[in-house]
Design a protein around this ligand. Structure first.
Ligand code: BDP
Length: 699
């Protein structure tokens, strides 16, 4: 195992018998395609053979055991044994064993070169998972069309909310210098089906659209193309002013439209398969159509019209909360966007974060899902752990993604899960489907900083391919491919991964608490934050602790954000006794002595969850201690140290939050809380001006 190679090191231990079986089955492979992608397939298979099996593959045999060919290039005698109907799109593939003259022949086929690459990675995965490949038969195709990483990378090399070093894009040396890491990046993404990447930050710098930078982007696009990956850029809405020297960026102004038109034509001249733009408009200080009295629709459609002839798309973010403060930030995106349903052009996707606030350890789902049946809604998850322990906490995010994707919105009756909304199953007329993940990738040698953060990149790819993939199956796959298939290891580590998500919820924000992190960098607890320039940047805005109780009343007696949800959810959530306790403080201001389901008070129960979170991290540490035999020493030691940090930070969270809330609850700490070594003032005084992930200019 080497952490640079992610889940593709092909070096897990393998017993001799399996090694022989595999070796005997993959000696002779015929690849019937002469494209760059064909070369990539060849190299990958050869790498597998060398690293996993100490052998090499011959690609010249006239009697191959495996044929990799596009369906149209397959000999008809083979083709007739394959159900080509099941190739439902250009990325679908079939891996099938057929019998010819009493001999087994394995076929990997699809409609395009990229489908062959996907098929090859799937085949390789069977070997990595030590599966029986003697009569293999797999048909698969992605359920979502755009499976995209969003890099919040700045042109100066820093990464907003990045905890794995600097940006891997070396803008300074591009386009001349093609770093090896670009190829490795493309390979890793292709292996999990990611087919798009937005190279730059949503807080965008117009400079990326200048001609010299477009040359740099072109180089990356050329490198990624044979791996099936398109590039996209964020477009700063005011670029016509900044670059074009126009007096306005009004989307209805003729000169502005002309400026974008010629810019887009310039881009497509260089990058004929350019994916399109991602846009953060009129949000957190970013320019947008509202600046000129125009709507989101007018802004998005202007660009979409110009991109349409090139098959480009606009991904327009719904992460907005206007400068005029409303009574509840959680309601704003819905209020602004839901009325626009049906008004966006067909090549616009509205990109919606999974929850209505901002990538918290747990949020209820974003009520826009299910409320815009005539709009292509795209999911936005965060892979980087801005609010979930950043670079030091082990948190397996596919568990969070699964919770969101499997949530029922009742939009078309029971079973209308979010997965079905974003993969288009519920609204068949949606032309484009998509899922975006804010990348956790940086220049750290292991890509993601925390060795286990690799699993979140992997898992995002798997769930973007098929949003019904279970977190547990992803955990098992990733552990097996990255470390070892040893069942003792998998049996112990799978629950560790799966439980890690609930652990972070418990020691940071149990029972529906949210956004009580320290200000700006969001590192560590800060429930006392009260002096930020906007009310909704403060923790006290979200938890509303007072002598009466804790939590944000979002029911009818409060902001009534609940009314944005379907009636089935309203019915359940509008009764304090039937709402799931996981969302209690999100929707209610609850008396400190409120009797919870366990018979104890809110205060006691909250303390119990904080302690539970700490205990869960202790359990993770104890499990990990037994894992030394299965993983290489560096990864073992790094993870051990990180878990120690996580354990002490979990205690920090518990201590700081309980001391802070105790001022209002005025009740003693339950007996199970160990003595707290510091005062509240001590925790409040801790400052981290150089915490990572924030832009140097913010300090
Ligand atoms: C928040 C981040 C901020 C991003 C913003 C966004 O704190 O850095 O710019 O989201 O998504 O989570 O636009």
């Amino acid at each position: 195992q080497s952490s640079e190679e992610l889940w593709l090191s092909y070096s897990q231990p393998l017993n001799n018998k399996l090694k022989e079986t595999y070796t005997s089955k993959i000696k002779h492979i015929q690849i019937k395609t002469f494209s760059e992608t064909g070369e990539i397939i060849k190299t990958e298979l050869q790498m597998l053979a060398t690293k996993m099996l100490d052998t090499s593959i011959s690609f010249t045999s006239t009697t191959p055991q495996i044929i990799i060919a596009k369906i149209d290039n397959l000999d008809s005698k083979f083709k007739q044994k394959i159900n080509s109907q099941s190739l439902v799109n250009n990325e679908s593939f079939i891996i099938q064993t057929i019998t010819v003259h009493q001999k087994d022949l394995l076929i990997i086929t699809g409609k395009t070169d990229i489908s062959l690459l996907y098929g090859t990675y799937c085949f390789i995965k069977q070997l990595q998972l030590h599966k029986d490949i003697s009569s293999i038969s797999i048909t698969d195709s992605p359920k979502i069309q755009l499976r995209i990483l969003n890099h919040w990378d700045n042109l100066d090399g820093t990464v907003e909310r990045g905890y794995a070093g600097f940006s891997i894009w070396d803008w300074h040396l591009l386009p001349g210098f093609k770093k090896e890491i670009y190829y490795e990046y493309a390979r890793a993404n292709a292996s999990i089906g990611i087919n798009g990447t937005v190279l730059n930050n949503v807080n965008s710098n117009a400079y990326i659209l200048t001609s010299p930078y477009l040359q740099k982007v072109k180089t990356l696009a050329d490198i990624f193309r044979p791996y099936g990956i398109k590039v996209y850029l964020t477009a700063r809405f005011s670029a016509p002013i900044e670059l074009g020297k126009l007096p306005t960026a009004d989307p209805l102004n003729e000169e502005v439209i002309q400026w974008w038109k010629s810019k887009i034509s310039e881009i497509y001249k260089e990058i004929p398969d350019f994916g399109g733009f991602l846009i953060k408009a009129n949000s957190e200080g970013q320019p947008g159509p509202n600046t000129y009295g125009r709507s989101h629709v007018e802004g998005a459609n202007m660009l979409a019209t110009l991109l349409e002839p090139y098959q480009g798309v606009v991904m327009w973010r719904a992460f907005v909360y206007s400068e005029q403060q409303s009574e509840d930030r959680a309601k704003q995106a819905f209020n602004e966007f839901a009325p626009f349903d049906g008004a966006f052009k067909e090549n616009v996707l509205v990109q919606v974060k999974n929850g209505p606030i901002d990538f918290q350890p747990r949020e209820p789902y974003h009520p826009l899902f299910g409320a815009m049946p005539k709009t292509s809604l795209m999911m936005e998850f965060q892979i980087t752990q801005e609010y979930l322990g950043q670079g030091s906490h082990l948190v397996f995010l596919p568990k969070l993604y699964e919770e969101v994707l499997s949530t029922d919105t009742y939009a078309k009756g029971k079973g209308s899960t979010i997965a079905k909304i974003i993969d288009g199953e519920l609204y068949q007329d949606h032309r484009i489907t998509g899922m975006a993940g804010v990348a956790n990738i940086g220049t750290e040698t292991n890509w993601t900083g925390h060795p286990f953060a690799q699993a979140n990149w992997y898992g995002f790819g798997r769930q973007a391919w098929d949003p019904t993939t279970s977190a547990e199956s992803i955990a098992k796959e990733w552990l097996s491919m990255t470390f070892t298939t040893d069942s003792l290891f998998i049996q112990q580590m799978t629950p560790l991964l799966i439980n890690s998500r609930e652990a972070v919820v418990n020691y940071m924000t149990p029972l529906g608490l949210h956004h009580i992190m320290n200000a700006e960098h969001h590192y560590g607890p800060g429930p006392w934050i009260a002096n930020m320039s906007r009310p909704d940047w403060n923790s006290i805005y979200y938890h509303r602790a007072d002598s009466l109780g804790l939590g944000f009343d979002r029911t009818q007696t409060g902001s009534n954000a609940l009314e944005q949800y379907p009636k089935e959810i309203q019915e359940q959530f509008s009764n304090i006794h039937t709402i799931p306790e996981a969302y209690l403080l999100w929707f209610y201001h609850v008396p400190w002595d409120f009797k919870m389901k366990n018979g104890h008070t809110l205060w006691y129960t909250m303390a119990w969850y904080y302690q539970q979170g700490v205990n869960e991290v202790k359990n993770m540490q104890q499990t990990w201690e037994h894992m030394q035999p299965y993983v290489n020493n560096d990864i073992y030691q790094d993870t051990r140290m990180l878990l120690e940090i996580q354990y002490s930070e979990a205690q920090w969270w518990r201590n700081a939050c309980l001391l802070y809330f105790q001022q209002f609850a005025k009740m003693p700490l339950p007996e199970f809380i160990p003595e707290i070594p510091h005062t509240l003032d001590y925790y409040k005084a801790l400052k981290f001006p150089y915490a990572p992930g924030i832009h140097p200019s913010w300090n």
